[in-house]
Design a protein around this ligand. Structure first.
Ligand code: GLC
Ligand code: MG
Length: 592
């Protein structure tokens, strides 16, 4: 398409008092190489949706193993696989009935070993998803706890009823604590005649970390996987690990969302069930165990924690201190929590700047835009294709870890899942009127490999979740073979830039204009560099780059543009940096 077809409302851009952040380049003449976990892209595999090898409509380990080329083609160096342990699947694997065995739907310990060594052969690290807060109600420990057997008696959090409801005759829960998925966090067990706590579904009883035997048993499971050769863990839902032993009611949150019901988790302030100090003691022990393995052979075993705490200051505590290290990083959910539809460049700038301002010295940042609990990035914002590439560029090129949720590399969208097809307990629990607000099924539909039946994911008549109907166009093969630009091709270019010293050791300068229309950041190392410019509004914009950013030369080469970039600017051409034109909701990367 010719640029002449566009009427371009050139905005006079005033970056004015834009408050950006500046981080210097690595000052060492020969900087220390980055650690593997700092350098490598971490790709999240949702195992039920990656690749099905046996035609049952559910992904499995052999399926993942058959798709390893894709990781190489993306330049992915580490995979985090959501839980694959034995599980009745009440929360699709986050309810574990054996912490040291593989779920038969996914394979066996043998298929795990095969996958693990195939990954090692390609030098791809393997990160397990570990769920310490709860087990499945079908775990043998729970059964022994119901029967008050030996050390298992208080392996879980048991409490007597507060009383008996005089009209229904039902036992009354000990307090007002709610499950994250809605409704009381307590379920009565007839046999033991007590309530047990479950901060998620009833099939996920909370382990009792007041009991030192629990910590021992859980760390033994961690050790089992370390001995199997895994490279680290994504540790699930850690703020839920400890409960205040007064078991007092939690107060109503004065800032609760207006739509929250008294039976919703979001209705309360979780001062007695969330982010208690014991969490850090437990995680410090977890980390010590990892470090023993790291010290033995020099290859770092890592811990990434999921801690959805309300402020960045609280989150940063999960890095620990030099004296007591905790996580290698706590996941950075700021692009999900703080960047909402209708966002602008200022919001993005604030997220970037605040992370670096608040991160403790010597720590390493991380960036992500999606996961199995949040709507896909292409659907959360405008359907504009350019947005997908913009967010992939932010995630991959800012200094820090990049975490990619499967399908982000091809711009997968949320699927529309009917109530009948809904399987996620977070959706099922709240009923047909509200399930769309809570269900996580839309972002969990199977991966699109090609335009065959079920996108090449499975030969089954019915896949565990319906396929997104856009797969004939949006799939890996089509984007690989396309003669035009594609999300996948952009992703590959971004990934390649991570292999440069500019990305590894370069400075960072970020800028957002006061009117919120743009965001940009440059990375420069010893005079060489790149700059990413993002236009987040509906008008084409121009920018005089050297006027805004430091140390930008007069000319630069177009390294990559978002899919459908307008007005068309060919990759590889040299352009003047004083007049860079960026299409509406598009982004461009220049190299110099
Ligand atoms: C974490 C997981 C989520 C799961 C929950 C309970 O938040 O990301 O998917 O439902 O923990 O384990
Ligand atoms: Mg299968």
């Amino acid at each position: 398409m010719a640029a002449a077809r566009f009427i371009i409302p050139f905005l006079a851009l005033v970056f004015g008092l834009a408050l950006g952040i500046k981080l210097p380049q690595n000052p060492d003449e020969n900087p220390e190489p980055l650690k593997w976990w700092q350098q490598e892209i971490i790709y999240q595999v949702y195992p039920r949706s990656h690749q099905d090898s046996d035609g049952d409509g559910v992904g499995d380990l052999a399926g993942i193993q058959s798709r390893l080329d894709h990781f190489d083609e993306l330049g992915v160096g580490a995979v985090w696989i959501s839980p694959i342990y034995k599980s009745p699947m009440k929360d699709f694997g986050y309810d574990i009935s054996n912490f040291t065995d593989i779920e038969p739907q996914f394979g066996t310990l043998e298929s795990f070993k095969n996958l693990s060594s195939a990954l090692k052969e390609r030098n791809i690290k393997l990160i397990m998803d570990f769920v310490p807060n709860h087990s499945s109600d079908e775990h043998p420990w729970f059964n022994m706890s119901i029967n008050r057997e030996g050390i298992y008696d208080d392996f879980y959090v048991w409490k007597d009823p507060k009383g008996i409801n005089s009209t229904t005759g039902e036992p009354i829960p000990p307090n007002n604590w709610m499950s994250v998925f809605g409704g009381s966090a307590w379920t009565f067990n007839e046999q033991r005649q007590q309530f047990y706590l479950h901060q998620f579904v009833a099939g996920q009883p909370d382990l009792n970390y007041e009991n030192p035997e629990v910590t021992k048993a859980i760390l033994a499971a961690v050790k089992f996987w370390l001995d199997m050769g895994v490279d680290g863990f994504r540790v699930d839902a850690v703020p839920h690990l400890f409960e205040n032993q007064t078991f007092a009611d939690e107060p109503v949150d004065p800032n609760r969302p207006p739509t929250a019901l008294p039976t919703d988790w979001a209705y309360y302030q979780h001062i007695y069930t969330y982010n208690l100090p014991g969490v850090f003691d437990f995680l410090a022990r977890f980390r010590e165990l990892l470090d023993i393995y790291t010290w033995a052979d020099g290859i770092e075993r890592v811990m990434f924690v999921e801690a959805g705490v309300p402020t960045l200051d609280l989150l940063m505590e999960y890095y620990g201190t030099p004296e007591r290290p905790i996580a290698h990083f706590p996941f950075n959910f700021e692009f999900i929590n703080r960047v909402k539809s209708g966002f602008n460049g200022t919001n993005i700038g604030d997220v970037v700047d605040e992370w670096f301002t608040k991160m403790p010295e010597g720590q390493w940042a991380n960036w992500l835009v999606g996961n199995h609990d949040n709507g896909r990035v292409g659907s959360r914002f405008s359907p504009s294709a350019g947005i997908v590439d913009a967010f992939n560029a932010l995630v991959l090129l800012l200094p820090g870890n990049a975490v990619t949720y499967y399908g982000e590399e091809i711009g997968m969208q949320n699927a529309n899942i009917s109530w009948e097809d809904t399987v996620d307990p977070a959706g099922c629990q709240v009923g047909p009127d509200r399930y769309q607000q809570f269900s996580r099924d839309p972002e969990r539909t199977p991966m699109h490999w090609n335009d065959d039946q079920n996108a090449g994911f499975s030969t089954a008549n019915k896949t565990w979740l319906p396929m997104h109907p856009d797969y004939p166009e949006v799939n890996v093969e089509a984007q690989k073979n396309s003669t035009e630009n594609s999300h996948l091709k952009v992703y590959q270019l971004l990934s390649a830039l991570r292999q440069t010293d500019v990305w590894r050791y370069g400075s960072l300068e970020s800028q957002a204009p006061e009117n919120g229309s743009l965001f940009g950041f440059s990375r420069i190392y010893n005079g060489k560099g790149f700059i990413c410019l993002f236009n987040f509004v509906d008008e084409i914009q121009t920018i005089n780059v050297p006027q805004v950013f430091e140390n930008i030369p007069q000319n630069a080469t177009v390294y990559s543009t978002s899919v459908g970039f307008q007005p068309e600017t060919a990759v590889g051409t040299t352009i003047g940096t004083d007049n860079v034109v960026i299409g509406a909701r598009h982004s461009i990367i220049l190299e110099f």
